[in-house]
Design a protein around this ligand. Structure first.
Ligand SMILES: NC(=O)c1ccc[n+]([C@@H]2O[C@H](COP(=O)([O-])OP(=O)(O)OC[C@H]3O[C@@H](n4cnc5c(N)ncnc54)[C@H](OP(=O)(O)O)[C@@H]3O)[C@@H](O)[C@H]2O)c1
Length: 264
């Protein structure tokens, strides 16, 4: 995908990787639609893309509201005509043990990280097919490839994205719909601060592991490289990505390590 003069919708664009990807893509002179629930953060992102010669339409959108998602897509498609890229970053994480986590927390995480993501993709897909194609990207995680302590529902929500979007990809290749699944490791963003604890409250801290991760700006460069190449999976991060290969090629070692993994 060449971003120049394309219309690209980025969710979760008020902070972290969504913001950094918006800024990175703005250097290619694209038309951006940036959405999130945080309007202050969105306006900051919009101001950051202007110096690069791109414009950004700011859309306040809560990914847990399916009706709002459908109405917003209808409005945007009427307004801009076409969406060439839909890159989804909005999501929440978790810091709680299975034994302590009420099912309401599990449902909330699935609602945003899975149902919200597929609702937006389903709402955009018909117009992408009608216009002759487009690119979708969704943000999984390393823990979308294997289980991890304190992340049960989060890990499940990210695993679910792989099954869903690989199926969407297989059904829609004939319509020129390209799908990239982003798999970040540890990236320095606010994701752990806003993660749900066992009481459904904000965890409030950045994990030590995450603080040692790569910056959101570096992650955005890796992501945009993968999106330009239309890679089906895009690994994002540093040495922590090794765990993916351990899980794939040495599963018994992963099972041994998993019980000793430091969750924060
Ligand atoms: N950072 C990592 O190490 C890492 C690793 C693997 C995967 N990921 C994934 O990467 C994606 C981006 O996260 P990030 O690391 O860039 O963290 P982030 O800075 O916290 O970005 C997540 C964004 O999603 C937004 N969001 C949360 N719930 C929402 C909702 N209901 N409706 C609309 N927007 C909502 C947040 O807005 P608010 O500020 O309003 O909450 C925030 O702007 C997430 O899907 C995350 O799971 C991150």
């Amino acid at each position: 995908m060449n971003f120049t003069d394309k219309t690209i919708w980025i969710t979760g664009a008020a902070s972290g990787m969504g913001r950094s990807v918006a800024v990175e893509i703005s250097k290619s002179h694209a038309r951006l639609i940036i959405s999130d629930r945080d309007v202050v953060g969105l306006n900051e992102t919009a101001a950051m893309v202007i110096p690069h010669g791109s414009e950004a339409i700011v859309v306040v959108l809560d990914m847990s509201d399916n009706q709002l998602i459908n109405d917003t897509v209808q409005k945007i498609v009427m307004e801009v005509g076409r969406i060439d890229g839909l890159y989804q970053f909005a999501g929440i994480s978790q810091r709680s043990l299975v034994v302590d986590t009420p099912i309401e927390n599990d449902r909330k995480i699935m609602e945003i990280n899975f149902f919200g993501v597929i609702a937006l993709a389903k709402a955009v897909l018909p117009s992408m097919i009608a216009q002759g194609g487009g690119q979708m990207a969704v943000t999984s995680s390393l823990v979308g490839k294997f289980g991890f302590p304190y992340r049960s529902a989060y890990s499940a929500s990210k695993h679910a994205l792989h099954g869903y979007f690989e199926s969407l990809m297989a059904e829609n290749e004939k319509h020129n719909i390209r799908v990239s699944i982003l798999i970040p490791g540890r990236i320095q963003t606010n994701i752990s601060k806003f993660a749900l604890d066992k009481d459904g409250k904000e965890y409030g801290k950045m994990d030590a592991g995450q603080a040692n991760g790569i910056t959101a700006e570096k992650a955005a460069r890796q992501i945009c490289k993968g999106l330009r190449r239309e890679n089906k999976e895009v690994l994002v991060g540093g040495k922590e990505l090794l765990m993916l290969y351990i899980r794939r090629f040495l599963p018994s070692l992963y099972y041994k390590l998993a019980v000793h993994l430091k969750p924060t």
